[in-house]
Design a protein around this ligand. Structure first.
Ligand code: NAD
Length: 513
């Protein structure tokens, strides 16, 4: 813990060896069982967090509900000012928080800092948004009538997040939800509870300094059972859930049962199409970062490379060469490109996927495997692998959350590549590498990529917060972050006002008394 300044980071962030896991702001409580946070970097227990029990949960929801009554009446720009201050806090604590993200989750230090930067960026975005929660005005068909729409706060937003972006996803939701006038209850991944404790400490300080009530930012901890309390709770009108498709299907049904709203951000199976006119150097950088960055544990990680036969051998050689230069090891050491997988279960999923590729008859171009020996004691470090595979194989159709890249060939027109790229159940991120305008535009057209994100001459991963983020099909259809993603955090109301002494009915209906 000393070597990379983790102990110091924990101290600065107010994360203790044993933490109460339930919080309504500055107030922490809970008697539940302890969840251990084990770093995949070196297998050390970083700290422990108490799981939320049902009684604690009830206290949280009651406090959040009471806070909402006050928070919703505060003018949105003033709520924006609170989010602005939170952004300042994140700026001040970027280094320790980024470090803890890297150590608890296992992503590179640069990506840890990048994740905190994303939090800062969304706060800035939300501050501006707090003055732009616009509705439309419409022309009424009736004389002396005015019609317009407005957006009102929704209530309690339940946020369920995944381990791979342990803090950014929370902020994408909260920064917008708070300016929209909602209060939030966060259930982070049970694999990354300490970064959540750290975030809660940062926002609690801001809320307290501004004399705001407990309940605006709440934290609950535990596994899927704690998540289920949120999804089945009628008092929580919106559930924003990020994670696997398996989880999303359960959450969607649970929330639908009570006709709640859900925002689902689920798995991807992202491809880059490489056309004959692609810039191969750019392609290699985009594909390698996309496939091995965060050890293949981004929802937007590049899983498939669909390459035209004319450039197939060239791309294959360039990319396998690039893999030879990859350094795998402690992600806090900035010389390394690839850190560990999150845990041993993830390692066995990775090994199982490679086995299945071989069983299907896939040609392994870059051999995988688990690394052993000094520096790899946690057993979570694996070699990024590349295999030649076919799109329809079951294993290629699935998202394996690990650094395995499938290479496949297409011939003829770009439509053939688009068909392959769309031929999976997921629809998150996609990219085309081409200098041919016609191909690029076809890829972006209505007959092109069916994903929520479609890029030209950029890889599949690394979205900016200014755009709406999310995907189609089994990725869940939700949108977070920029553009008009804020609308899901509010309820829409249409208002018609009659300023005459008559009461004409719409559609010209006559009703004389
Ligand atoms: P996971 O589905 O195992 O868990 C995600 C969260 O859901 C955790 O907090 C977990 O406790 C909770 N959960 C699980 N079952 C639940 C249930 N029945 N009810 C309520 N809550 C439940 O996912 P993970 O392994 O932490 O994360 C990896 C997955 O997340 C990948 O599939 C990845 O693609 C996806 N992901 C998607 C996005 C996106 O924006 N589309 C972003 C990040 C991660």
């Amino acid at each position: 813990l000393e070597d990379y300044g983790i102990r110091e980071a924990l101290e600065k962030l107010g994360v203790k060896e044993i933490n109460e896991g339930t919080s309504t702001g500055s107030h922490w409580f809970g008697e539940g069982e302890l969840i251990e946070s084990v770093s995949p970097v070196d297998d050390q227990v970083i700290g422990k967090v108490r799981q939320t029990n049902k009684e604690d949960y009830e206290k949280v929801v009651a406090t959040a509900g009471a806070a909402f009554k006050q928070w919703r009446t505060m003018p949105a720009p003033q709520r924006g000012e609170i989010v602005r201050q939170f952004g300042e806090e994140l700026r001040a604590f970027k280094e320790p928080l980024g470090k803890l993200v890297s150590y608890e989750m296992g992503k590179s230090l640069q990506e840890g800092y990048g994740e905190v930067q994303e939090m800062i960026d969304i706060c800035d975005f939300a501050v501006g948004l707090s003055r732009q929660l616009h509705g439309l005005t419409m022309h009424s068909e009736r004389p002396g009538h005015r019609m317009y729409e407005q957006y009102h706060p929704l209530g309690i937003v339940g946020i369920i997040s995944a381990f791979n972006f342990p803090v950014a996803v929370w902020s994408w939701n909260t920064a917008l939800a708070w300016v929209c006038g909602d209060v939030c209850i966060w259930k982070p991944s049970e694999k990354t509870p300490l970064t959540a404790v750290a975030c809660q400490n940062l926002i609690a300080r801001v809320l307290k300094k501004n004399d705001l009530p407990e309940g605006i930012s709440c934290l609950i901890n535990g596994n899927y059972k704690v998540g289920e309390w949120l999804t089945s709770d009628k008092r929580v009108p919106l559930i924003s859930a990020t994670g696997s498709i398996r989880m999303g299907k359960i959450v969607a049904q649970e929330v639908a049962k009570r006709l709640g709203k859900s925002l689902l951000e689920l798995g991807g199976n992202n491809a880059i199409i490489v056309t004959p006119d692609a810039d191969i150097k750019m392609t290699v950088i985009g594909a390698v970062f996309g496939a091995v960055g965060t050890c293949g544990q981004r929802c937007t990680s590049t899983r498939r490379l669909i390459v035209h036969e004319d450039v197939y051998d060239q791309v294959k050689e360039a990319i396998t060469d690039a893999y030879k230069q990859l350094k795998i090891g402690n992600p806090l050491d900035q010389n390394n490109h690839v850190g560990p997988l999150i845990d041993k279960d993830a390692v066995s999923n990775y090994l199982n996927a490679l086995d299945q590729v071989k069983k299907h008859g896939g040609n392994i171009l870059v051999e995988g495997g688990v690394l052993e020996g000094e520096g790899f004691e946690s057993g979570c470090y694996v070699k990024p692998a590349i295999a030649e595979a076919e799109n329809h194989w079951d294993i290629v159709q699935e998202e394996t959350f690990a650094p395995i890249l499938y290479l496949m060939k297409y011939s003829g027109d770009v439509e053939n590549a688009i068909e392959l790229q769309n031929g999976v159940v997921q629809g998150l991120s996609s990219a085309i590498m081409t200098t041919n305008l016609r191909e690029a535009e076809r890829f972006l057209s209505a007959a092109g990529s069916d994903c929520g994100i479609a890029n030209v001459n950029i890889g599949t991963s690394g979205a900016e917060i200014g755009g709406a983020f999310g995907g189609e099909k089994e990725t869940g259809g939700g949108r977070e972050s920029g553009s008009d993603a804020w609308k899901i955090y509010m309820r829409r109301q249409t208002n018609t006002i009659n300023y005459t002494t008559e009461l004409p009915l719409a559609q010209g209906i006559k009703f004389d008394l």
